[in-house]
Design a protein around this ligand. Structure first.
Ligand code: GLN
Length: 195
């Protein structure tokens, strides 16, 4: 199994370390050829405008469009912004993978970064430590979006079919549960496609 990690900007190395601990070798994605090889893709935290711009500049859009229906994608923070259908008040690049609206930096500025215990509704995930860094708020979810965890009445971990997104940074804690959950999503997707 090849878990790709979009490595254009942001904390992709942290995701790579988590994936390695769970077994698969992390595969850093920078080119269309890289993107064609992966069974799943992680979009890290960072700066969503920069990652979006580089995504276009590195020529990844066309390959992504071809794979987007079936490729499992996991985005954290800026990565989640890039997966959103609507980025409120901004006209910026998005992959439009999830039927959600997000508000950038809605939890405050860098100085307002915080940690909170997040109780998920799934026994495989349990309680995780949520690290919020200039985090986006999910202010609307479509009918197909499943809320796996919320914090102060807003969803913070969500899933829509093959897509998983968190407004916080599971890659910055020792807990591997959310990454393990994503690897299982990739696994079932591969089994489904090979069946
Ligand atoms: N504030 C960043 C953005 O809007 C996201 C921050 C992060 O990924 N930690 O893109």
């Amino acid at each position: 199994m090849k878990i790709g990690i979009l490595a254009l900007q942001g904390d992709f190395i942290k995701h790579g370390e988590h994936i390695k601990k769970l077994g698969p070798d992390p595969f850093y994605v920078r080119t269309p050829a890289d993107l064609n090889e992966v069974d799943g893709l992680i979009i890290p935290g960072g700066e969503s405008t920069t990652i979006g711009k580089l995504f276009v500049d590195f020529g990844l859009t066309e390959t992504f469009q071809k794979r987007k229906e079936t490729l499992p994608v996991f985005g954290t923070c800026a990565g989640m912004i890039l997966m959103a259908r609507e980025i409120i008040g901004r006209d910026q690049f998005s992959l439009d993978l999830m039927d959600i609206s997000v508000e950038r930096n809605a939890y405050g500025r860098q100085i307002d970064s915080f940690e909170a215990e997040i109780n998920t509704g799934l026994s495989s995930l349990g309680t995780v430590q949520g690290v919020f860094i200039r985090a986006p708020r999910i202010s609307r979810i479509g009918q197909e979006v499943e809320v796996l965890a919320q914090f102060e009445d807003f969803p913070v971990l969500i899933r829509q079919k093959n897509c998983l997104a968190a407004s916080f940074h599971p890659e910055l804690t020792e807990n591997l549960n959310i990454h393990r959950y994503f690897i299982e999503m990739v696994n079932s997707n591969m089994e489904f496609n090979n069946a």
